[in-house]
Design a protein around this ligand. Sequence first.
Ligand SMILES: [Zn+2]
Length: 303
Amino acid sequence: MKDTLQRFLFENLAVRGEIVHLDATWQAILERHSYPEPVQRVLGELMAAVSLLMATLKFKGQLIAQIQGDGPVKLLVVEGSSDKTLRAMASCKDEQFDDESMQGLFGDARLVITLEPEQGERYQGIVALSGENLAAALTDYLLRSEQLDTDLWLVADEKQCAGLLIQKLPETEKTKSNIIDLESAGESRDLDGWNRIQQLSSTIKDEELLGLSADEIIHRLYHEEDVRLFESELISFRCSCSRERVESMLRSLGADEVQNIIEEHSSIDVACEFCNHNYRFDAVDTEQLFTSNPPHSAPPTEQ
Ligand SMILES: [Zn+2]
């Protein structure tokens, strides 16, 4: 199955939905790191969640979700970009866990969501990672930060990860959105719609979410509803690291510090935590870092 995000809308109900399925994108993460199974599972769920949250971003930039805790798993990070690419990493102190619950893995933890537009202000929302799973924490986050009633289901195994989200749209949406035009629908409002969609959605089984296409899931759950599908979008893995970024990190350490490392180790290796790519700098490379006119960026000289 392709890595796709499918958005949809229940006509006349002011309820929207999304289904994400990640296969190659998830494999690209797992090929680069081997994480203990329970960590892998939550990381996959977070990947699916970020894809779902990314779908409605209205700016160019990034959405970063982090779980930070004081348990055996210190950090989980998933970064999603508005160009529909994802990268992810986890940092664990242990490989074995006595307790594989969220509390057992992460201890006292928080879920941090950062919205980072290329232009404009950065926004950060934080909620305690309470509840028995990630979906519960995210539901809480969306209610607190955006006052939106949301329900979501997330699942991951060693091959793929997937998620389903439904969200009640605010009433005002009908006046400002050209997508949802309730007035022109001309029918009386179905006040029980949200509850019914929640009920229907909650019958989804993990194996269905993982194994069925978005079309099949929508048919399976909502075949008696009037569902409008949007064009599905492709999602892929991409790491945003680069040699230039590592160079500027090394510059920020200062010439003396970098020189000390070179004298001791003869080269500096910096591995990207996300994709494992190794950037190596030898004595010549590091010297160039601190010369005012590095050869590759020197202005062209006239002959
Ligand atoms: Zn990288």
